[in-house]
Design a protein around this ligand. Structure first.
Ligand code: FPP
Length: 235
């Protein structure tokens, strides 16, 4: 793996926490706790190797269908993580952003997300994006609504709307598209994760469950990415 030719933006679907716990005879929530630990390790590693953007799928618009205890355990892990992140922000200087519709989250968690974004807004270097109550289709619908409202207000011509306009109205506005999307746990699906932004991404799938995903596993994914030839529709 060549550290001088890293992708700018790596996106990860943190999948397999439940199966990891089940195999150990533990409750699913223990899998999420282990997954949060893996996220800490991988985010630190991404910063250390000089990756510019890391985006992770922490909670989807569909994840509300899970048992209430599991949802609140994930929210609790996020709260703990954000409190820790705020406490060591000046030292870490990782810029943080949240993608997704934060409105249905608890006021406390929402405030923590906003605070984390505000404090870190001027940091340069590594940016970590956490997708929270995120769904790619929901994000596109919200962007289309915003564009339609601008048209209705006479601020924009419908016929002049281009791809860049839509990109600029997504939660990911200003963030380059992911170069590499990683999905552990053996599932071969995108599950509504960054569908617009991943149009030209490279995909890497592995059977390793997210709590078992190590720095070495990320190195493997990066090396695999470096072996690909990206043509973006050209030759
Ligand atoms: C998918 O595994 C994982 C989730 C829906 C939750 C991910 C949440 C965390 C890792 C913890 C909080 C995050 C941060 C950023 C601190 P699954 O439960 O669907 O696994 P399974 O397919 O094996 O059941």
């Amino acid at each position: 793996m060549d550290f001088s030719h890293l992708p700018r933006h790596v996106a990860i679907i943190m999948d397999g926490n439940g199966r990891w716990a089940k195999r150990r005879g533990l409750p699913r929530t223990a899998g999420h706790a282990a997954g949060a630990e893996t996220f800490r390790t991988i985010a630190t590693y991404c910063k250390d190797i000089g990756l510019e953007y890391l985006t992770v799928y922490a909670f989807s618009t569909e994840n509300w269908k899970r048992p209430a205890g599991e949802v609140s355990a994930i929210m609790g892990l996020l709260k703990r993580y954000l409190l820790e992140a705020i406490a060591k922000m000046e030292k870490d200087r990782v810029k943080m952003k949240f993608l997704g519709d934060l409105a249905p989250l608890s006021p406390e968690l929402r405030a923590l997300c906003r605070r984390t974004e505000e404090i870190s807004t001027h940091y340069e270097g590594c940016q970590v994006n956490i997708c929270l109550n995120y769904g790619g289709r929901d994000e596109i619908v919200r962007a289309v609504r915003a564009l339609a409202a601008e048209c209705a207000a006479g601020k924009r011509e419908a016929a002049s709307i281009c791809e860049e306009d839509l990109s600029a109205h997504l939660d990911s506005a200003g963030i380059p598209d992911p170069d590499l999307v990683i999905r552990p746990s053996g599932e071969l699906r995108l599950s509504n994760f960054l569908p617009w932004q991943s149009a030209y991404a490279e995909f890497y799938f592995t059977d390793v469950l997210w709590p078992d995903f190590t720095r070495e596993e990320l190195d493997k994914a990066l090396a695999d990415y470096q072996s690909r030839s990206r043509r973006f529709g050209g030759v």
